[in-house]
Design a protein around this ligand. Sequence first.
Ligand code: WT7
Length: 632
Amino acid sequence: MQDGVVTLDHKSVYRPSEEVIARARIKDWDALSAYAAENPLAFWAERAEELEWFKRWDQVLDDSNKPFFKWFVGGKFNIVHNALDRHLTTWRRNKVAYIWQGEDFSERMIAYGELHREVSKFANVLKSLGVQKGDRVTIYMGRVIELPVAMLACARIGAVHSVVYGGFSVEALRGRIADSQSKIVVTCDGAYVNGKVVELKQIVDDALKPGDLPVEKVIVYRRTGREIGWVEGRDHWWHDLMAQASPNCPVEVMDAEDPLFILYTSGSTGKPKALLHTHGGYAVYTYTTLRYVFDVQDEDRYWCAADPGWITGHSYIVYAPLMNGVTSIMYEGGPSYPAPDRWWSIVEQYRVSILYCAPTAIRGFMRFGEEWPRKHDMSSLRLLGSVGEPINPEAWLWFYHNVGGGRCPIMDTWWQTETGGFMITPLPVVPLKPGSATRPFFGIKAEVVDDAGNPVKPNEEGYLTITVPWPGMARTIYGDPDRYVQTYWARYPGRYFTGDSARVDEDGYFWIIGRVDDVLKVSGYRLGTAEVESALVSHPAVAEAAAIGLPHEVRGNAIYTYVILRAGYEGTPELAEELRQHVAKVMGPIARPERVEFVTRLPKTRSGKIMRRVLKARALGLPEGDLTTLEE
Ligand code: WT7
C-alpha cells in the first residue's frame, strides 16, 4: 500500500493522517470552536485585524435593528485594497494570481501586480462612462480573467456589481438588468463551452431590444472574434476603452457596511431575489473561511472549478483567494471537452493542490469511469472540496479514491448565496463521514428544528436554522427588505431559516437532506420552479404550467413539467419538444425541462396554489399525503 493511502467504505470515518495534521494551520478544532462560541465578537474582531482598514471599526456588531445586522460599524474599508493593493508592497506583487486555460488550450497567467493594473484601468473606464459609487453594473461574461477584472473594478470605485451567470438567457438576463436598473452591461462577444460558442452579445442585444431598460453603454470583451451585432454609440470594445485608460485609480474609501455586490438567486416566486453583500463583513468572513477550511498556503495551486457568476465563484474564485494571496486556476470550458479527462489533465499540468467542485460534476465523471483520472498523475492534490448539493456517499468515495488517491480529505462545505461563505464544513483536521458536511464553522450556531421551532432529537429530520448572526450574512434583498424579513426571519423568530432540511447525528454531525421550498438544485444550479413555470407560460400555446424536481442520478434534480394547453393547441411530441427548447431559450439551457407532460388539470389548493408535492408523489408512485386542502 502506498504511503498515506487509506481506503474507506460507506461506514468508515476518515481520520486525518499525521501529515495532514502537521501541515494544518488550525490543529485544535475543539479549542478554537469553543473559544469562538464563547467570544464570537472577539473572534471576528481578531480575524478582521488580519485585513487592512483605512479606519478601524467602532463596534463589531450592531444588532439593534434585527434582522438587519451591521458588522464592523464605523470601519472604513475596501475589499479590493485587501485583494490587490495590499500585496503590491510585498513579494506577492510578482506572484501569479490566476493561471487561466481556455477551452481551446490557450493559456494566460496574470500576477497580482498586473491584475491590479488591469483592474485600475477598467475602474477608470467605468468612471469615464459615468459610473459612480453605488451605481449597479451588470456583468454577463464567459469564464475569462476579465470577469474578475470587471468585478474588482466595480468594487474599487464603490459601484455595485451584479453578475449574471453566462448560462442564463434572454429573459433571465433582462429581468436582472431591469431589477438592478444597471446603466452599464459588460459582456463578451461570445464564450467557448463544450466546443460551441455561447452568443453572449446576441443575448444582451435581445434582452435590450424592447428599449425599455436604462442601459446606456455595453462594453464588449473580444474572446471569439466572431461577427456580432453592434449598436453605434451604445456599444464599445473593451480593448478600445482600455487603450485610453490610465492605470492610476485610487481605491474608494467605503464604509464597512456599504454594498459590494448584489447577486440574484432563485426563491419560491418567479421573481429572483437580489441578495446584497457588503464590503467589510463579507471580506472578513470569506477571507477567514477559505484560510481555515482549505488551509490555503503560499505554495498552493488552488482550483475552485465553479463559475464566477455564482456565489461560489464570487467568494472563492475572486475575493477570498485574492485576499489570501493565493494562486488560483481558472478554466474556461466544459468539464469533459474534448475528452472526459480534461479536468485531470489540468490538475496534472499545473500541479493543482486543492480542487473544489460540485457533486454533480463528480457524478458525471463517475459515469465515464475511473480509467480517465487514472491516466494522470494527480499526486499534487492534498485537499478536495465539494459544494452545491448533498454529496452522496458513492460520489464521495469515488472522488476520495479516484481523484484524491485515498490521501486527501474532502471538505464538504454547506452554505448558500445568502450566507456569503461556508457555514457547515469540516477543516482538514476534522474526522469525516462520507456524505456529512460535519459541523458548523467557528462562531456559527446551527440548529435543526420542527414546525413549531423546537429542536428535534438526534437523527430526526427537521428544518435547518442558524441562531447567531455572522459577518458574511447577506444584509437584505436589494430593493425589497420586507421580502428579506419574510423569507428568512419570519418563520422562526430570531433565527435565520435556510430553506433546507437536515438531521444531526449522535456525534453532532450535520447531514443536509435538501430544499424544503420550491427551489430546485439542477446540476448544482439553483432554480425556482416558478421561474420555469413562467418561462413555459410565456409560450403562446401554454395556459398553465407546473414544474417539479425529481431525483436524477447525475444532475441531482431533473425538471419535470406539467402543462395545460390553450384551446386550439394539440399536445403533440413536437410541441413538447418545442416547449423544452422555449424554456432553454428564455431562461437558459440549465432550466430545460427533462420532460413536458400535457394534462387537463393540475392539483390545486382551494386558494389556487399548485400542490407540487402531490405531483411529485404521483410521479414517484408515493403516497400523496394530506389532501384535505386539495380542491378536487
Ligand atoms: C443551496 C444553496 C453555496 C454555494 C453554492 C450553492 C445546497 C449547498 C451544499 C452541501 C448539501 C448543499 C443547499 C443550499 N447546498 N452546499 N455541501 N451539502 N447541500 O449556493 O445556489 O445559493 O444554493 O445549495 O440546498 O440551501 P446556492
